[in-house]
Design a protein around this ligand. Structure first.
Ligand code: VG1
Ligand code: CO
Length: 544
Protein backbone atom coordinates (compact mmCIF):
# COMPACT_ATOMS: atom_id res chain seq x y z
CA UNK A 1 0.00 0.00 0.00
CA UNK A 2 1.48 3.31 -1.06
CA UNK A 3 1.21 6.02 1.57
CA UNK A 4 1.44 9.72 0.86
CA UNK A 5 2.14 12.52 3.31
CA UNK A 6 0.23 15.64 2.34
CA UNK A 7 1.24 19.06 3.64
CA UNK A 8 -1.61 20.99 5.20
CA UNK A 9 -2.39 24.17 7.12
CA UNK A 10 -4.29 24.11 10.40
CA UNK A 11 -7.83 25.43 10.75
CA UNK A 12 -8.51 27.26 13.99
CA UNK A 13 -12.12 26.20 14.52
CA UNK A 14 -11.92 22.43 15.02
CA UNK A 15 -13.02 22.40 18.64
CA UNK A 16 -15.58 19.61 19.20
CA UNK A 17 -18.77 20.70 20.97
CA UNK A 18 -21.34 18.78 22.99
CA UNK A 19 -21.23 15.91 20.53
CA UNK A 20 -18.36 16.03 18.07
CA UNK A 21 -17.32 18.58 15.47
CA UNK A 22 -20.32 20.04 13.63
CA UNK A 23 -20.04 22.53 10.82
CA UNK A 24 -21.71 23.44 7.57
CA UNK A 25 -20.97 20.95 4.78
CA UNK A 26 -19.22 23.77 2.93
CA UNK A 27 -16.79 24.12 5.84
CA UNK A 28 -16.03 20.39 5.76
CA UNK A 29 -15.49 20.61 1.99
CA UNK A 30 -12.59 23.04 2.35
CA UNK A 31 -9.29 21.51 1.27
CA UNK A 32 -7.86 19.38 4.05
CA UNK A 33 -10.55 20.27 6.57
CA UNK A 34 -11.89 16.77 7.23
CA UNK A 35 -8.43 15.28 6.66
CA UNK A 36 -6.86 17.58 9.26
CA UNK A 37 -9.42 16.71 11.88
CA UNK A 38 -9.22 12.97 11.32
CA UNK A 39 -5.43 13.05 11.36
CA UNK A 40 -5.55 15.16 14.53
CA UNK A 41 -7.68 12.48 16.16
CA UNK A 42 -5.31 9.71 15.12
CA UNK A 43 -2.28 11.76 16.20
CA UNK A 44 -3.84 12.09 19.67
CA UNK A 45 -4.53 8.36 20.08
CA UNK A 46 -1.95 5.76 21.03
CA UNK A 47 -1.24 2.13 20.20
CA UNK A 48 -3.89 1.45 17.61
CA UNK A 49 -1.62 -0.09 15.03
CA UNK A 50 -3.28 -3.23 13.64
CA UNK A 51 -6.48 -2.60 15.62
CA UNK A 52 -10.06 -2.16 14.50
CA UNK A 53 -11.89 1.07 13.73
CA UNK A 54 -15.66 1.22 13.22
CA UNK A 55 -16.94 3.65 10.63
CA UNK A 56 -20.44 4.75 9.67
CA UNK A 57 -22.80 7.67 9.57
CA UNK A 58 -26.38 8.80 9.35
CA UNK A 59 -26.34 8.92 5.55
CA UNK A 60 -26.57 12.67 5.23
CA UNK A 61 -25.07 14.59 2.33
CA UNK A 62 -21.24 14.17 2.24
CA UNK A 63 -21.40 10.89 4.21
CA UNK A 64 -20.10 8.71 1.39
CA UNK A 65 -17.42 11.18 0.32
CA UNK A 66 -16.21 11.53 3.89
CA UNK A 67 -16.09 7.77 4.43
CA UNK A 68 -13.85 7.24 1.41
CA UNK A 69 -11.50 9.97 2.65
CA UNK A 70 -11.41 8.49 6.16
CA UNK A 71 -10.79 4.95 4.90
CA UNK A 72 -7.62 6.16 3.18
CA UNK A 73 -6.37 8.11 6.20
CA UNK A 74 -7.12 5.22 8.56
CA UNK A 75 -5.32 2.83 6.23
CA UNK A 76 -2.27 5.09 6.07
CA UNK A 77 -2.20 5.44 9.85
CA UNK A 78 -1.96 1.70 10.39
CA UNK A 79 -5.36 0.43 11.51
CA UNK A 80 -5.63 -3.31 10.92
CA UNK A 81 -9.35 -3.53 10.19
CA UNK A 82 -12.17 -1.19 9.32
CA UNK A 83 -15.74 -2.28 10.03
CA UNK A 84 -18.10 -0.17 7.99
CA UNK A 85 -21.89 -0.18 7.79
CA UNK A 86 -23.27 -1.06 4.37
CA UNK A 87 -23.85 2.08 2.34
CA UNK A 88 -21.75 3.91 4.92
CA UNK A 89 -24.70 3.74 7.31
CA UNK A 90 -24.70 3.10 11.04
CA UNK A 91 -26.97 4.69 13.58
CA UNK A 92 -25.12 6.15 16.55
CA UNK A 93 -26.32 3.47 19.03
CA UNK A 94 -25.63 0.73 16.47
CA UNK A 95 -22.08 2.03 16.03
CA UNK A 96 -21.64 2.03 19.79
CA UNK A 97 -22.79 -1.58 19.89
CA UNK A 98 -20.47 -2.64 17.06
CA UNK A 99 -17.47 -1.06 18.79
CA UNK A 100 -18.26 -3.01 21.98
CA UNK A 101 -19.26 -6.27 20.38
CA UNK A 102 -16.21 -6.58 18.12
CA UNK A 103 -13.76 -5.13 20.67
CA UNK A 104 -12.81 -2.33 18.34
CA UNK A 105 -10.26 0.27 19.33
CA UNK A 106 -12.79 3.01 18.59
CA UNK A 107 -15.07 4.39 15.94
CA UNK A 108 -15.81 7.44 13.86
CA UNK A 109 -19.47 8.38 13.56
CA UNK A 110 -20.41 10.81 10.86
CA UNK A 111 -23.45 12.80 11.82
CA UNK A 112 -24.77 16.16 12.81
CA UNK A 113 -27.66 14.36 14.50
CA UNK A 114 -30.83 16.46 14.52
CA UNK A 115 -29.35 19.28 12.42
CA UNK A 116 -30.64 19.49 8.81
CA UNK A 117 -28.60 17.90 6.02
CA UNK A 118 -27.78 18.80 2.42
CA UNK A 119 -25.13 20.77 0.51
CA UNK A 120 -25.95 23.98 2.42
CA UNK A 121 -26.67 22.34 5.75
CA UNK A 122 -24.70 20.52 8.42
CA UNK A 123 -22.20 17.70 8.69
CA UNK A 124 -20.43 16.32 11.72
CA UNK A 125 -17.89 13.82 12.96
CA UNK A 126 -17.42 12.27 16.34
CA UNK A 127 -14.87 9.88 17.76
CA UNK A 128 -16.01 7.13 20.13
CA UNK A 129 -13.62 5.26 22.38
CA UNK A 130 -13.35 1.52 23.02
CA UNK A 131 -16.26 1.38 25.49
CA UNK A 132 -18.44 2.51 22.58
CA UNK A 133 -19.09 5.93 24.04
CA UNK A 134 -18.28 9.46 22.92
CA UNK A 135 -14.70 10.50 23.62
CA UNK A 136 -14.46 12.27 27.00
CA UNK A 137 -13.26 15.86 27.20
CA UNK A 138 -9.61 14.96 27.73
CA UNK A 139 -9.65 13.39 24.27
CA UNK A 140 -11.66 16.07 22.49
CA UNK A 141 -9.42 18.70 24.05
CA UNK A 142 -6.37 16.87 22.68
CA UNK A 143 -7.91 16.61 19.20
CA UNK A 144 -8.47 20.36 19.16
CA UNK A 145 -4.94 21.08 20.42
CA UNK A 146 -3.45 18.92 17.73
CA UNK A 147 -5.62 20.45 15.00
CA UNK A 148 -4.15 23.85 15.74
CA UNK A 149 -0.61 22.84 14.88
CA UNK A 150 -1.07 20.06 12.35
CA UNK A 151 1.14 20.39 9.30
CA UNK A 152 0.53 17.17 7.38
CA UNK A 153 -1.74 14.17 7.11
CA UNK A 154 -1.21 10.67 5.78
CA UNK A 155 -3.36 9.02 3.17
CA UNK A 156 -3.14 5.70 1.36
CA UNK A 157 -3.25 5.54 -2.42
CA UNK A 158 -6.02 2.97 -2.74
CA UNK A 159 -9.18 2.73 -4.82
CA UNK A 160 -12.51 3.83 -3.40
CA UNK A 161 -14.14 0.97 -1.49
CA UNK A 162 -17.49 -0.40 -2.67
CA UNK A 163 -19.61 0.43 0.37
CA UNK A 164 -22.63 -1.40 -0.97
CA UNK A 165 -21.22 -4.93 -0.98
CA UNK A 166 -21.33 -6.83 2.30
CA UNK A 167 -18.20 -8.87 3.00
CA UNK A 168 -14.50 -8.59 3.74
CA UNK A 169 -11.58 -7.70 1.53
CA UNK A 170 -7.89 -7.36 2.19
CA UNK A 171 -5.98 -4.34 0.92
CA UNK A 172 -2.34 -4.81 1.84
CA UNK A 173 -2.21 -4.97 5.62
CA UNK A 174 -5.73 -3.65 5.98
CA UNK A 175 -8.90 -5.70 6.21
CA UNK A 176 -12.10 -3.90 5.27
CA UNK A 177 -15.37 -5.46 6.37
CA UNK A 178 -18.71 -4.14 5.20
CA UNK A 179 -21.49 -5.30 7.52
CA UNK A 180 -25.24 -5.10 7.54
CA UNK A 181 -25.90 -2.05 9.74
CA UNK A 182 -29.00 -3.48 11.41
CA UNK A 183 -28.37 -7.16 12.24
CA UNK A 184 -26.18 -6.81 15.35
CA UNK A 185 -28.36 -4.05 16.72
CA UNK A 186 -31.55 -6.04 16.18
CA UNK A 187 -30.01 -8.99 18.01
CA UNK A 188 -29.09 -6.75 20.91
CA UNK A 189 -32.66 -5.44 21.14
CA UNK A 190 -33.95 -8.99 21.10
CA UNK A 191 -31.75 -9.79 24.07
CA UNK A 192 -33.19 -6.90 26.10
CA UNK A 193 -36.93 -6.95 25.43
CA UNK A 194 -39.70 -9.53 25.35
CA UNK A 195 -40.12 -9.86 21.60
CA UNK A 196 -42.71 -12.66 21.91
CA UNK A 197 -44.95 -10.54 24.07
CA UNK A 198 -44.49 -7.60 21.73
CA UNK A 199 -45.39 -9.74 18.73
CA UNK A 200 -48.58 -10.91 20.44
CA UNK A 201 -49.56 -7.42 21.51
CA UNK A 202 -49.08 -6.11 18.01
CA UNK A 203 -50.69 -8.99 16.12
CA UNK A 204 -53.72 -9.01 18.44
CA UNK A 205 -54.18 -5.32 17.72
CA UNK A 206 -53.74 -4.36 21.38
CA UNK A 207 -50.90 -2.08 20.32
CA UNK A 208 -51.18 -0.04 17.16
CA UNK A 209 -48.15 2.03 16.38
CA UNK A 210 -46.69 4.73 14.26
CA UNK A 211 -42.97 5.40 13.99
CA UNK A 212 -41.58 8.42 12.16
CA UNK A 213 -38.01 7.84 10.98
CA UNK A 214 -37.92 11.42 9.66
CA UNK A 215 -36.18 10.32 6.43
CA UNK A 216 -33.11 9.60 8.53
CA UNK A 217 -31.09 6.61 9.70
CA UNK A 218 -33.69 4.74 11.77
CA UNK A 219 -35.81 3.81 8.74
CA UNK A 220 -33.98 0.53 8.03
CA UNK A 221 -33.75 -0.29 11.74
CA UNK A 222 -37.43 0.36 12.37
CA UNK A 223 -38.50 -1.62 9.31
CA UNK A 224 -36.43 -4.63 10.33
CA UNK A 225 -37.37 -4.61 14.01
CA UNK A 226 -40.90 -3.23 14.14
CA UNK A 227 -42.22 -4.59 10.86
CA UNK A 228 -40.18 -7.73 9.99
CA UNK A 229 -39.50 -9.02 13.49
CA UNK A 230 -42.48 -7.75 15.49
CA UNK A 231 -45.11 -7.86 12.77
CA UNK A 232 -46.24 -4.23 12.71
CA UNK A 233 -47.92 -3.10 9.49
CA UNK A 234 -45.44 -1.68 6.97
CA UNK A 235 -47.45 1.53 6.98
CA UNK A 236 -46.65 2.00 10.67
CA UNK A 237 -43.15 3.22 9.77
CA UNK A 238 -43.29 6.55 7.96
CA UNK A 239 -40.50 8.53 6.26
CA UNK A 240 -38.58 5.27 6.36
CA UNK A 241 -36.17 5.94 3.50
CA UNK A 242 -32.93 7.63 4.63
CA UNK A 243 -32.43 10.70 2.43
CA UNK A 244 -29.29 12.80 2.12
CA UNK A 245 -31.24 15.94 2.97
CA UNK A 246 -33.85 14.30 5.23
CA UNK A 247 -36.50 15.48 2.80
CA UNK A 248 -35.56 19.06 3.61
CA UNK A 249 -36.65 18.73 7.24
CA UNK A 250 -34.99 18.95 10.62
CA UNK A 251 -34.63 15.30 11.64
CA UNK A 252 -35.41 16.36 15.20
CA UNK A 253 -38.00 14.32 17.07
CA UNK A 254 -40.22 16.87 18.77
CA UNK A 255 -43.79 17.97 18.19
CA UNK A 256 -42.65 20.93 16.10
CA UNK A 257 -40.48 18.96 13.66
CA UNK A 258 -42.18 15.54 13.61
CA UNK A 259 -45.39 17.23 12.51
CA UNK A 260 -46.77 14.36 10.45
CA UNK A 261 -46.57 12.08 13.47
CA UNK A 262 -47.88 14.80 15.80
CA UNK A 263 -50.92 15.36 13.61
CA UNK A 264 -51.81 11.68 13.54
CA UNK A 265 -51.21 11.15 17.27
CA UNK A 266 -53.49 14.03 18.19
CA UNK A 267 -56.31 12.98 15.88
CA UNK A 268 -59.50 11.05 16.61
CA UNK A 269 -58.18 7.76 15.17
CA UNK A 270 -54.69 7.99 16.65
CA UNK A 271 -52.73 4.75 17.14
CA UNK A 272 -52.07 3.68 20.73
CA UNK A 273 -48.38 4.52 20.48
CA UNK A 274 -46.32 6.91 18.38
CA UNK A 275 -42.62 7.69 18.32
CA UNK A 276 -39.94 9.39 16.28
CA UNK A 277 -36.16 9.40 16.18
CA UNK A 278 -33.53 11.83 14.93
CA UNK A 279 -30.93 12.01 12.16
CA UNK A 280 -28.53 9.50 13.73
CA UNK A 281 -31.03 7.41 15.68
CA UNK A 282 -30.03 8.22 19.23
CA UNK A 283 -33.00 10.39 20.19
CA UNK A 284 -36.60 9.43 20.78
CA UNK A 285 -39.91 11.16 21.13
CA UNK A 286 -42.64 9.17 22.87
CA UNK A 287 -46.32 9.87 22.35
CA UNK A 288 -49.53 7.99 22.94
CA UNK A 289 -52.99 8.55 21.61
CA UNK A 290 -53.48 12.26 22.31
CA UNK A 291 -50.59 12.58 24.74
CA UNK A 292 -46.97 13.67 24.48
CA UNK A 293 -44.52 12.37 27.08
CA UNK A 294 -41.78 14.85 27.96
CA UNK A 295 -38.35 13.21 27.78
CA UNK A 296 -37.76 13.98 31.45
CA UNK A 297 -40.97 12.20 32.42
CA UNK A 298 -40.15 9.36 30.05
CA UNK A 299 -36.85 8.78 31.85
CA UNK A 300 -38.57 8.80 35.23
CA UNK A 301 -41.29 6.42 34.08
CA UNK A 302 -38.76 4.05 32.59
CA UNK A 303 -36.77 4.09 35.83
CA UNK A 304 -39.88 3.45 37.92
CA UNK A 305 -40.95 0.50 35.75
CA UNK A 306 -37.62 -0.96 34.68
CA UNK A 307 -38.15 -4.24 36.50
CA UNK A 308 -40.94 -5.09 34.06
CA UNK A 309 -38.41 -5.33 31.23
CA UNK A 310 -36.49 -8.63 30.91
CA UNK A 311 -33.02 -7.06 30.84
CA UNK A 312 -33.68 -4.98 33.96
CA UNK A 313 -35.66 -7.41 36.15
CA UNK A 314 -32.98 -7.27 38.80
CA UNK A 315 -33.51 -3.52 39.16
CA UNK A 316 -31.25 -0.57 38.51
CA UNK A 317 -27.87 0.03 40.11
CA UNK A 318 -28.50 3.75 39.81
CA UNK A 319 -29.74 6.43 37.44
CA UNK A 320 -28.36 9.66 36.04
CA UNK A 321 -29.70 12.70 34.28
CA UNK A 322 -28.11 15.72 32.68
CA UNK A 323 -28.33 18.84 34.81
CA UNK A 324 -31.08 20.62 32.82
CA UNK A 325 -33.26 17.47 32.77
CA UNK A 326 -36.19 17.71 35.20
CA UNK A 327 -35.94 16.26 38.67
CA UNK A 328 -38.68 13.69 37.98
CA UNK A 329 -36.20 10.80 37.92
CA UNK A 330 -34.68 11.97 41.21
CA UNK A 331 -38.02 11.29 42.89
CA UNK A 332 -38.06 7.76 41.53
CA UNK A 333 -34.50 7.16 42.69
CA UNK A 334 -35.31 8.49 46.15
CA UNK A 335 -38.36 6.26 46.46
CA UNK A 336 -36.53 3.13 45.40
CA UNK A 337 -33.44 4.11 47.30
CA UNK A 338 -31.00 4.00 44.38
CA UNK A 339 -28.26 6.55 43.62
CA UNK A 340 -29.08 9.39 41.24
CA UNK A 341 -26.32 11.39 39.52
CA UNK A 342 -26.50 14.82 37.91
CA UNK A 343 -24.10 15.29 35.00
CA UNK A 344 -23.42 18.06 32.49
CA UNK A 345 -25.26 18.03 29.17
CA UNK A 346 -23.90 15.49 26.67
CA UNK A 347 -23.76 11.71 26.68
CA UNK A 348 -19.99 11.57 27.19
CA UNK A 349 -20.53 12.34 30.87
CA UNK A 350 -22.50 9.13 31.45
CA UNK A 351 -19.74 6.85 30.15
CA UNK A 352 -17.68 6.51 33.31
CA UNK A 353 -20.76 5.93 35.49
CA UNK A 354 -22.00 3.23 33.14
CA UNK A 355 -18.60 1.57 32.88
CA UNK A 356 -18.24 1.54 36.65
CA UNK A 357 -21.68 -0.05 37.06
CA UNK A 358 -22.89 2.94 39.08
CA UNK A 359 -25.91 3.47 36.85
CA UNK A 360 -28.08 1.33 34.60
CA UNK A 361 -30.34 3.98 33.09
CA UNK A 362 -29.72 7.59 32.13
CA UNK A 363 -31.20 10.36 30.08
CA UNK A 364 -31.45 13.94 28.99
CA UNK A 365 -34.33 16.34 28.49
CA UNK A 366 -33.32 16.63 24.84
CA UNK A 367 -35.13 13.42 23.86
CA UNK A 368 -32.26 11.12 24.81
CA UNK A 369 -32.53 8.01 26.97
CA UNK A 370 -30.33 4.99 27.24
CA UNK A 371 -28.94 2.25 29.42
CA UNK A 372 -25.82 0.20 29.98
CA UNK A 373 -26.53 -1.88 26.84
CA UNK A 374 -24.44 0.59 24.79
CA UNK A 375 -22.65 3.85 25.57
CA UNK A 376 -24.85 6.18 23.54
CA UNK A 377 -28.41 7.26 23.93
CA UNK A 378 -30.64 5.00 21.91
CA UNK A 379 -33.83 6.00 20.12
CA UNK A 380 -35.28 2.64 19.08
CA UNK A 381 -34.30 1.08 22.38
CA UNK A 382 -36.49 3.69 24.12
CA UNK A 383 -39.32 2.94 21.71
CA UNK A 384 -39.09 -0.78 22.43
CA UNK A 385 -38.87 -0.09 26.16
CA UNK A 386 -42.15 1.80 26.04
CA UNK A 387 -43.81 -0.82 23.82
CA UNK A 388 -42.70 -3.51 26.25
CA UNK A 389 -44.09 -1.50 29.17
CA UNK A 390 -47.44 -1.00 27.47
CA UNK A 391 -47.60 -4.69 26.64
CA UNK A 392 -46.84 -5.80 30.21
CA UNK A 393 -48.92 -3.20 32.01
CA UNK A 394 -51.83 -3.40 29.56
CA UNK A 395 -52.30 0.32 29.99
CA UNK A 396 -52.43 3.22 27.57
CA UNK A 397 -49.56 5.71 27.45
CA UNK A 398 -51.85 8.33 29.01
CA UNK A 399 -52.74 6.03 31.90
CA UNK A 400 -49.12 5.12 32.52
CA UNK A 401 -48.16 8.80 32.64
CA UNK A 402 -51.08 9.86 34.86
CA UNK A 403 -50.52 7.00 37.25
CA UNK A 404 -46.87 7.99 37.51
CA UNK A 405 -47.76 11.60 38.27
CA UNK A 406 -50.23 10.49 40.91
CA UNK A 407 -47.58 8.48 42.63
CA UNK A 408 -44.65 10.87 42.32
CA UNK A 409 -46.16 14.26 41.50
CA UNK A 410 -45.55 16.02 38.20
CA UNK A 411 -42.47 18.02 37.32
CA UNK A 412 -44.01 20.38 34.82
CA UNK A 413 -41.28 21.14 32.33
CA UNK A 414 -40.40 23.00 29.17
CA UNK A 415 -37.43 24.22 27.19
CA UNK A 416 -37.31 27.37 25.08
CA UNK A 417 -34.67 27.63 22.37
CA UNK A 418 -33.55 30.87 20.80
CA UNK A 419 -31.52 29.78 17.80
CA UNK A 420 -28.86 31.57 15.74
CA UNK A 421 -28.53 34.49 18.12
CA UNK A 422 -25.64 36.77 17.14
CA UNK A 423 -22.66 35.56 19.14
CA UNK A 424 -21.82 38.93 20.77
CA UNK A 425 -25.42 39.28 21.98
CA UNK A 426 -25.42 35.71 23.32
CA UNK A 427 -22.16 36.38 25.14
CA UNK A 428 -23.54 39.58 26.65
CA UNK A 429 -26.56 37.64 27.93
CA UNK A 430 -24.30 35.07 29.55
CA UNK A 431 -22.22 37.84 31.14
CA UNK A 432 -25.35 39.58 32.35
CA UNK A 433 -26.65 36.38 33.94
CA UNK A 434 -23.28 35.56 35.46
CA UNK A 435 -23.08 38.99 37.10
CA UNK A 436 -26.46 38.51 38.74
CA UNK A 437 -25.77 35.08 40.23
CA UNK A 438 -24.18 36.24 43.51
CA UNK A 439 -27.03 38.66 44.22
CA UNK A 440 -29.93 36.33 43.56
CA UNK A 441 -30.07 33.96 46.55
CA UNK A 442 -32.68 35.16 49.05
CA UNK A 443 -34.49 37.38 46.53
CA UNK A 444 -38.23 36.86 46.05
CA UNK A 445 -40.07 37.00 42.77
CA UNK A 446 -43.75 36.61 43.64
CA UNK A 447 -44.05 33.19 45.23
CA UNK A 448 -40.58 32.21 44.04
CA UNK A 449 -37.74 32.70 46.49
CA UNK A 450 -34.25 32.01 45.12
CA UNK A 451 -32.51 29.30 47.10
CA UNK A 452 -29.33 29.06 45.07
CA UNK A 453 -27.92 30.55 41.88
CA UNK A 454 -24.73 29.13 40.45
CA UNK A 455 -22.83 27.91 37.46
CA UNK A 456 -22.86 24.14 37.27
CA UNK A 457 -19.52 22.38 37.71
CA UNK A 458 -19.13 18.64 37.61
CA UNK A 459 -16.52 16.48 39.20
CA UNK A 460 -16.58 13.04 37.65
CA UNK A 461 -16.93 10.61 40.57
CA UNK A 462 -14.85 7.98 38.77
CA UNK A 463 -11.83 9.77 37.33
CA UNK A 464 -12.08 13.06 39.25
CA UNK A 465 -12.00 15.20 36.09
CA UNK A 466 -13.67 18.56 36.46
CA UNK A 467 -15.91 20.30 33.93
CA UNK A 468 -16.74 23.92 34.65
CA UNK A 469 -19.23 26.37 33.13
CA UNK A 470 -21.89 23.79 32.33
CA UNK A 471 -24.85 26.14 32.52
CA UNK A 472 -26.37 28.54 35.03
CA UNK A 473 -29.00 27.30 37.40
CA UNK A 474 -31.35 29.25 39.54
CA UNK A 475 -33.16 27.10 42.08
CA UNK A 476 -36.11 28.21 44.16
CA UNK A 477 -37.25 27.28 47.66
CA UNK A 478 -40.23 25.36 46.24
CA UNK A 479 -38.00 23.15 44.07
CA UNK A 480 -38.62 25.03 40.83
CA UNK A 481 -35.66 25.76 38.58
CA UNK A 482 -34.64 27.93 35.69
CA UNK A 483 -31.51 26.87 33.80
CA UNK A 484 -29.73 28.79 31.08
CA UNK A 485 -27.04 27.45 28.79
CA UNK A 486 -25.61 27.93 25.34
CA UNK A 487 -25.86 25.03 22.93
CA UNK A 488 -22.72 23.22 21.85
CA UNK A 489 -24.14 21.63 18.72
CA UNK A 490 -25.27 24.57 16.58
CA UNK A 491 -23.43 25.78 13.50
CA UNK A 492 -24.80 29.32 13.15
CA UNK A 493 -24.31 32.00 15.83
CA UNK A 494 -25.29 30.85 19.29
CA UNK A 495 -28.38 29.09 20.59
CA UNK A 496 -29.65 30.00 24.04
CA UNK A 497 -31.56 27.25 25.78
CA UNK A 498 -33.81 28.11 28.71
CA UNK A 499 -35.04 25.17 30.78
CA UNK A 500 -37.92 25.71 33.17
CA UNK A 501 -39.55 23.39 35.67
CA UNK A 502 -41.97 23.48 38.56
CA UNK A 503 -43.17 20.65 40.76
CA UNK A 504 -46.89 20.03 41.12
CA UNK A 505 -47.93 17.57 43.79
CA UNK A 506 -51.68 18.15 43.47
CA UNK A 507 -53.14 15.49 41.18
CA UNK A 508 -56.17 17.64 40.33
CA UNK A 509 -53.74 20.06 38.67
CA UNK A 510 -51.69 17.57 36.69
CA UNK A 511 -53.48 18.13 33.42
CA UNK A 512 -52.41 21.73 33.01
CA UNK A 513 -50.80 22.95 29.84
CA UNK A 514 -47.10 23.31 30.61
CA UNK A 515 -46.73 26.79 29.08
CA UNK A 516 -49.61 28.05 31.20
CA UNK A 517 -48.45 26.31 34.33
CA UNK A 518 -44.97 27.75 33.88
CA UNK A 519 -46.06 31.21 32.73
CA UNK A 520 -44.72 33.05 35.77
CA UNK A 521 -41.34 31.37 35.57
CA UNK A 522 -41.17 32.02 31.82
CA UNK A 523 -41.66 35.74 32.46
CA UNK A 524 -39.09 35.63 35.24
CA UNK A 525 -36.58 33.90 32.94
CA UNK A 526 -36.91 36.76 30.45
CA UNK A 527 -36.53 39.28 33.24
CA UNK A 528 -33.27 37.59 34.22
CA UNK A 529 -31.72 37.00 30.80
CA UNK A 530 -33.33 39.73 28.65
CA UNK A 531 -33.13 37.63 25.50
CA UNK A 532 -36.19 39.25 23.97
CA UNK A 533 -35.09 42.73 24.94
CA UNK A 534 -31.58 42.23 23.63
CA UNK A 535 -32.48 40.52 20.36
CA UNK A 536 -35.82 42.11 19.60
CA UNK A 537 -37.32 38.66 19.25
CA UNK A 538 -40.82 38.02 20.46
CA UNK A 539 -40.72 34.26 20.97
CA UNK A 540 -38.43 31.23 20.99
CA UNK A 541 -37.77 29.31 17.74
CA UNK A 542 -38.71 26.02 19.32
CA UNK A 543 -40.54 25.08 22.49
CA UNK A 544 -40.23 21.50 23.69
C1 VG1 B 1 -27.85 18.96 22.46
C2 VG1 B 1 -28.65 18.48 23.66
C3 VG1 B 1 -27.84 17.50 24.47
C4 VG1 B 1 -27.41 16.33 23.57
C5 VG1 B 1 -26.66 16.89 22.38
C6 VG1 B 1 -26.30 15.80 21.39
O1 VG1 B 1 -26.69 19.63 22.91
O2 VG1 B 1 -29.06 19.58 24.45
O3 VG1 B 1 -28.62 17.06 25.55
O4 VG1 B 1 -26.59 15.44 24.27
O5 VG1 B 1 -27.46 17.84 21.69
O6 VG1 B 1 -27.41 15.12 20.96
P1 VG1 B 1 -26.59 21.23 22.99
O7 VG1 B 1 -25.21 21.52 23.42
O8 VG1 B 1 -26.95 21.76 21.64
O9 VG1 B 1 -27.63 21.65 23.98
V1 VG1 B 1 -27.45 14.58 19.36
O10 VG1 B 1 -28.78 13.56 19.17
O11 VG1 B 1 -27.49 16.01 18.58
O12 VG1 B 1 -25.98 13.84 19.14
CO1 CO C 1 -28.71 12.41 17.61
Amino acid sequence: MQIETITTNPYNDQNPGTSGLRKKVKVFQQPGYLENFVQSIFDSLEDFSGKTLVLGGDGRYFNRVAIQIIIKIAAANGFGELIIGEGGLLSTPAASNIIRKYNAFGGLILSASHNPGGPDEDFGIKYNVSNGGPAPEKYTGAFFQRSQTISSYKTAKIEDVDLDRIGSQQIGELKITIIDPVTDYAELMQSIFDFNLLKQSISSGYITLLFDAMSAITGPYAKRILVDMLGAAPSSVINAEPLENFGGHHPDPNLAHAHELAERMFSADAPTFGAASDGDGDRNMITGSNIFVTPSDSLAIMAANARLIPAYVKGLSGVARSMPTSQAVDRVAAKYNIPCYETPTGWKFFGNLLDAGKITLCGEESFGTGSDHVREKDGLWAVLFWLNLIAVKRQSVADIVHEHWQKFGRDIYCRHDYEAVETPIANSIVEHLRNQLPTLPGQSFGEYIVKYADEFSYEDPIDGSISNNQGMRIGFENGSRIVFRLSGTGTVGATLRIYIERFEADATRHDQDSQEALAELIILAEQLCEIKKRTGRTEPNVIT
